[in-house]
Design a protein around this ligand. Structure first.
Ligand code: FES
Length: 82
């Protein structure tokens, strides 16, 4: 049990977004989402959950490279008009 506990040390999820802050909390209003949806040709907005996007809090597809490198299956939160 002790060995398993020692190997399960958590690692940081956020590699570089606003690291000077003690906590990164992203606040988006319903209007922010509606505005993003109105500009989207697909009728969808993807919000990053992998913390690797250069457009954070929006997904830029960087999760694919991250998943390939570490074997994870992280993907965005997709908000859809319908
Ligand atoms: Fe982070 Fe897509 S870039 S979920």
């Amino acid at each position: 049990f002790l060995l398993a506990k020692a190997t399960l040390k958590p690692t940081p999820v956020n590699p570089g977004i606003d690291k000077a802050s003690p906590k990164v909390a992203t606040v988006m209003t319903v209007k922010d989402i509606e505005d993003a949806l109105s500009k989207s040709s697909s009728g969808k907005v993807a919000l990053c959950r992998c913390w690797r996007s250069s457009k954070f809090p929006f997904c830029d597809g960087s999760h694919g490279k991250y998943n390939e490198a570490c074997g994870d299956n992280t993907g965005p939160l997709v908000v859809s008009k319908a």
